[in-house]
Design a protein around this ligand. Structure first.
Ligand SMILES: Cc1cc2nc3c(=O)[nH]c(=O)nc-3n(C[C@H](O)[C@H](O)[C@H](O)COP(=O)(O)O)c2cc1C
Length: 218
């Protein structure tokens, strides 16, 4: 494994459950693959810009057709896309905010979903161009959404699976930290469960299941 990308999407950083578990996955992978390079995007600490007019007009033009302002508006996006494409494993940690993802993660998605770059249209419909990598979603929620009456309110996991799948990231593992707003016992149970899920995900990755680039570590 050469590259691991960790996207951190909570404003709470060290107190954040999703960050804690996301870092646990990455630390464990790093100990198994010491030569792997880890890139961390802490989206609360380095806030990404909203897409602006130059971004919107420039993203559908070939690079040599863009104005200087459009090129400038897409420069950070080009960096974010390059580090995404280089990653063998992407760990995306996000809180549930109002049934969806955090606003900072939405900004990252707006930067990396790019026609002609991370997806293309063909006669057969849209095709994702970000392929051959494992994605780990680390999802923290105050309530419980994996089952029960709140399940239809979950626009966090289905949205991420849909938009990341659209750009080709279909090999997805999910770690859920649920019910953290339901008292101390619930927090303890949620964190214990999430750690076990994280360890299981790392074992899957280390086994090389459906991730050919990891075969070197077997
Ligand atoms: C602005 C905001 C909106 C939230 N919306 C929801 C929600 O819709 N459903 C839910 O279960 N929890 C919600 N929560 C609780 C968080 O999902 C929960 O505290 C989670 O642990 C945050 O993730 P983190 O620990 O990684 O920061 C919300 C919290 C905040 C601050």
């Amino acid at each position: 494994m050469k590259n691991i990308l960790l996207i951190l999407g909570s404003p709470r950083d060290r107190a954040s459950y999703s960050h804690q578990i996301g870092r646990r996955v990455v630390d464990d992978l790093k100990s198994r693959y010491p030569s792997a390079k880890v890139v961390v995007r802490n989206l609360a600490k380095e806030a990404l810009p909203d897409v602006d007019e130059g971004f919107v007009t420039g993203r559908v033009l070939a690079p040599d057709k863009r104005s200087a302002a459009e090129t400038e508006a897409l420069a950070l996006s080009d960096v974010l896309v390059a580090e995404l494409i280089a990653a063998d494993v992407v760990v995306l940690a996000t809180p549930m905010h109002n049934f969806g993802i955090s606003a900072s993660v939405k900004k990252w998605i707006d930067q990396i979903v790019r026609p002609g770059v991370t997806f293309s249209y063909s006669d057969k419909g849209p095709m994702g161009l970000v392929q051959g990598k494992k994605t780990v979603l680390v999802l923290a929620r105050g309530g419980v959404y994996s089952e029960g009456p709140m399940k239809p309110y979950d626009f966090q996991e289905p949205y991420l699976r849909t938009v990341l799948g659209f750009i080709g990231m279909t090999d997805v593992e999910v770690i859920r930290i649920e019910g953290v707003a339901m008292g101390d016992d619930a927090v303890r149970n949620a964190v214990t469960s999430a750690k076990a899920q994280a360890d299981a995900v790392v074992r899957v990755i280390a086994s090389g299941a459906s991730v050919p680039v990891l075969a070197e570590a077997a």
